[in-house]
Ligand binder design. Structure first.
Ligand code: NAD
Length: 484
């Protein structure tokens, strides 16, 4: 490990990564990996998560190809210095913001989107001219092995190292000094990462999770309701069986609508997934997570509130899409991030009470709200805080690279995708240049009331006032006599 990290540091120091041609070559390498290895990626995701190839393309291959292409198209512009407009006080100075690469960075990724959350930050790191270690999750072994075996053949292997392993390897990596740590994962491990980074004053990006609520306001016209149900199911069971950081965690709905919504959801699940949902929804990643999810619904106070589903097959690591009505708020299912195909509905007397319900919990990574009521939209937008807020759909915010992706409060620190990924691996350095002439005499002691007036004019007023003061047309105020 030490040798690998040293090699990355030496390579970075040698300066090659600063060239645009080098960066483009690496991005093209990632692009070729995604295109040439598409089938192997599908296979790995099938092995790790039982994921359908269409879902794999939708969630991983497609968005990554799109984002690499966007980085290639925009790299020259991102790298070009940006002129800064300066105030009068800085007369005869020009300044440019220059993005310089941070250096050697560490990227930790998760098992639920093993390619997406490994390669998406790597696009930013390479575009910015950094060298990187990527540590994929050991819980998606087929995906991790494919990344480790193939990526060195597509990008400069002196600049990118894929280091496989579990907690022991992660802990070792965290002992080293990095120029940035980009972590995707749980808030528990996020705390460990941040504490380790603090020892070296290393900046961190934490892409965490949490419980993403979905407010369902009205179920009026049938065509509207049908679309709401499809988008809701897709944002829950259709996102790797709910094993997604931005997947819907629970629904908030008015009491009077709850039983109608439950009936509609039951029909919609049957219609969408048929008699054998295990054929088209992903499986649970491993036994540990299967047992964790099983324990959430086996809690006696919760089990009796299952209104649909609830069956599971431990050998196949499959849990049926399951709906629960009003589980106790102090039950584990309402306290921890569910990250699986269990969907609690929590009823509100009035739908506007959802705002207080959400605000009394940690800030989520996403809030979804299905409504055509403008007043409710405005209240949710201005009175709640979340990584992103989406009206009338779920999870699509992940797919648009122009939208910054990240959390707030307990759902994370920092944001990425598109230009934001380039920015988080760069230091925007202001480079200033000043002429030696003119040199303003009033900058230097001895201090007089005229110099104070000139400073006042330079900082607070317009150009012509300085001229008036300098020529003596404007009277200088006395310097206040301050006793120590
Ligand atoms: P995790 O925190 O268990 O693991 C993430 C990474 O940290 C893995 O590479 C793992 O090997 C490493 N790790 C685990 N324990 C560690 C320890 N004690 N010390 C150092 N490193 C350690 O997360 P997970 O189970 O892989 O993923 C699920 C979580 O990630 C959920 O909370 C989900 O919401 C979140 N997530 C967030 C995003 C996002 O973009 N915001 C995306 C995917 C997943």
């Amino acid at each position: 490990m030490e040798k690998n990290i040293e090699e990355l540091r030496m390579y970075f120091k040698a300066g090659k990564t600063r060239e645009i041609s080098w960066r483009k070559k690496q991005l093209n390498g990632l692009l070729n990996f995604m295109i040439e290895k598409e089938e192997e990626i599908f296979k790995a995701l099938k092995n790790d998560l039982g994921k359908h190839p269409v879902e794999s393309f939708r969630d991983e291959v497609g968005p990554l190809i799109k984002d690499i292409n966007a980085a290639l198209d925009n790299l020259a512009d991102w790298m070009s210095g940006k002129k800064i407009k300066l105030p009068l006080a800085a007369y005869s100075t020009s300044a440019t913001l220059v993005a310089e690469p941070l250096g050697v960075v560490l990227i930790f990724s998760t098992w639920n989107l093993p390619f997406g959350v490994s390669i998406e930050p790597l696009i930013g790191a390479l575009a910015a001219g950094c060298t990187a270690v990527v540590k994929p999750s050991e819980l998606a072994p087929a995906s991790s092995a494919l990344l480790a075996a193939a990526i060195p053949n597509y990008v400069d292997s002196e600049a990118v190292k894929i280091i496989e392993g579990g907690i022991d390897v992660s802990s070792q990596l965290l002992q080293y000094k990095w120029d940035k740590i980009f972590f995707t994962g749980s808030s528990q491990v996020g705390r460990i990462v941040m504490a380790a980074a603090a020892k070296h004053l290393t900046p961190v990006v934490l892409e965490l999770g949490g419980k993403c609520p979905c407010i369902i306001d009205s179920l009026s016209k049938s065509w509207r309701t049908e679309i709401i149900l499809k988008r809701l199911l897709s944002g829950k069971f259709g996102t790797t069986s709910g094993q997604a950081c931005i997947g819907v965690d629970y629904i908030l709905v008015e009491e009077k609508l709850a039983s109608t919504l439950v009936d509609l959801l039951k029909n919609s699940i049957r219609k969408t997934y048929g008699e054998k949902p295990e054929n088209c929804v992903a499986r649970i990643i491993n036994k540990h997570h299967f047992q964790r999810l099983k324990a959430l619904i086996d809690e006696p106070r919760v089990k009796k509130l299952i209104v649909y589903g609830g069956s599971y097959d431990e050998d196949k690591l499959f849990i049926e899409p399951t709906i629960l009505l009003n589980p106790p708020l102090d039950a584990e299912i309402m306290k921890e991030e569910i990250f699986g195909p269990l969907l609690p509905l929590i009823t509100m007397k009035n739908i506007e009470d959802s705002i207080e319900f959400i605000n009394s919990r940690p800030k989520p990574l996403a809030i979804y709200c299905f409504t055509n009521n403008n007043k409710l939209m405005q209240r949710v937008a201005s009175e709640t805080s979340s990584g992103a807020l989406l009206f009338n759909d779920t999870v699509i915010q992940y797919a648009a690279e122009a939208i910054p992706f990240g959390g707030v409060g307990e759902s994370g620190i920092g944001r990425y995708h598109g230009k934001y990924s380039f920015d988080i691996f760069s230091h925007e350095k202001p480079v200033l240049k000043r002429d030696l002439f003119p040199d303003f005499w009033f900058r230097y002691p001895p201090w007089t009331s005229k110099k104070l007036e000139l400073f006042r004019a330079a900082f607070l007023y317009k150009y012509f006032i300085i001229v008036l003061v300098a020529l003596g047309f404007k009277k200088s105020r006395k310097i206040p006599n301050i006793e120590a």
